[in-house]
Write a protein that binds this ligand. Structure first.
Ligand SMILES: Cc1ncc(COP(=O)(O)O)c(C=O)c1O
Length: 400
């Protein structure tokens, strides 16, 4: 199709959204489907945040704001970085966008040239490679393993870096594996990065507040201040504050990069929604106690799901430190056949048969660059999780 841009041929629509759509279609057709594909908390946005947004509307805060975030929100973000991460950023070093996704997009589009390499550990969040490809860059994947708890080793990182490497995209806690790096594990990686002064670090900390068992979260510049001048510290309100629909993400980084990102945003979407920005001010500055309460609920669900999945024949499910996903291996089911005669050769075959036979929607590991695994989101009710795991167990037991 000569009309469409060549860049489009390099990317594909998000596989996670595709699975959610298929589950919705099956449900609309009358099938009893349990969706474990979603990447968002099932909790509601807290009342004080909603009230702040309504208040903003009533005050008439409904006009354009500064392109990359209004001063009140930038001040709240500077304070968040200082209080929670011990990072000092000036407002000129802060950007606000329509979701963390747009922050990542702006940064990559503002910096990538043809042939630039971007190191991405697998399994990765689905959008990283596609945004890199859209920007004309080349993703370079670093494989992790279940044995290493899906964490990239310093040796593997070192081996992936070349003189063309522009960025490392780092995500802890991770979507899809839930793996989170301890400060010591992170320091081992930042030591490698200190030996490569031309490599920039894009750290996606969006699941910062979703860690369990007293895990101590750390971000790269915190453990290695020497990386400050070449790190973009990305975060957002979507996951911690159950605000996925409000579309507010932000980052701290060197002013020159932040300015370039504002340039891209000024010629595409302009400012993120003014009302959502006021809601985000309240999210970051208001009471924070519900975050721990919700994290406790997620931890209980994680333990439940890990326990139940490990009872399934052919599955192996490690216990991750954070986020609201688990990433079990289905290696023990590969090569087996379903009762209707389908041979399971890939994790995509596995999740397709599971959806058709038992009405459970999960996402195949190939979508995240590491097979044979699948991602289960446990951001749903305990009852749904118990029923879904019972169905997965029955499905695995039915394979011959
Ligand atoms: C790892 C990761 N980064 C970034 C995002 C983007 O979040 P948002 O654009 O809603 O802020 C998501 C959402 O699923 C995610 O899982």
């Amino acid at each position: 199709m000569g009309f469409l841009a060549d860049a489009l041929s390099r990317i594909k629509p998000s596989a996670t959204i595709a699975v959610t759509t298929k589950a919705r279609e099956l449900r609309a057709a009358g099938k009893d489907v349990i969706g474990l594909g979603a990447g968002e908390p099932d909790f509601d946005t807290p009342e004080n945040i909603k009230a702040a947004a309504i208040d903003a509307i009533n005050r008439g805060e409904t006009k354009y704001t500064a392109v990359d975030g209004m001063p009140e929100l930038k001040a709240a973000i500077c304070k968040k970085f200082k209080d929670e991460n011990d990072l000092d950023y000036e407002p000129s070093e802060i950007t606000v966008s329509t979701g963390g996704k747009q922050v990542l997009y702006n940064a990559l589009i503002a910096t990538l040239n043809e042939g630039d390499e971007v190191v991405i550990p697998t399994p990765y969040w689905v959008s990283y490679p596609d945004i890199v490809l859209l920007g004309g860059g080349t993703p370079v994947f670093v494989e992790t393993s279940l044995a290493d708890s899906f964490k990239v080793t310093p040796e593997a990182l070192e081996a992936a870096i070349t003189d063309k490497t522009k960025w490392l995209i780092f995500n802890s806690p991770s979507n899809p594996s839930g793996a989170a790096y301890t400060p010591a594990e992170l320091k081992a990686l930042t030591d490698v990065l200190m030996r490569h002064p031309n490599v920039w670090v894009m750290t996606d900390d969006i699941y910062e507040h979703l860690t369990y068992d007293g895990f101590e979260f750390a971000t790269p510049v915190q453990v290695e201040p020497g990386l400050r001048d070449r790190t973009l510290t990305v975060n957002g309100v979507s996951k911690a504050y159950a605000m996925t629909g409000w579309r507010i993400g932000y980052a701290g980084g060197p002013a020159k990069l932040i300015k370039a990102m504002a340039n891209i945003q000024s010629q595409s979407t302009s400012n993120p929604c003014s009302v959502s920005q006021w809601a985000a001010v309240e999210a970051l500055s208001g009471p924070q106690d519900f975050i721990q309460e919700r994290a406790d609920a997620f931890k209980a669900r994680r333990d439940l799901v890990v326990g139940l999945l490990n009872e399934c024949e052919g599955l192996e499910c490690p216990t991750p430190e954070g986020a609201f996903y688990v990433y079990p291996s289905c290696a023990g089911c590969m090569g087996k056949t379903t009762p209707s005669g389908t041979k399971l050769a890939t994790d995509e075959d596995f999740i397709t048969a599971l959806l058709e036979d038992e009405g459970v929607a999960v996402v195949h590991g190939a979508a995240f660059g590491l097979s044979p695994f699948f991602r289960v989101s446990y951001a749903t009710s305990t009852e749904a999780l118990v029923e879904a795991c019972a169905r997965i167990k029955r499905f695995c037991a039915s394979l011959t």
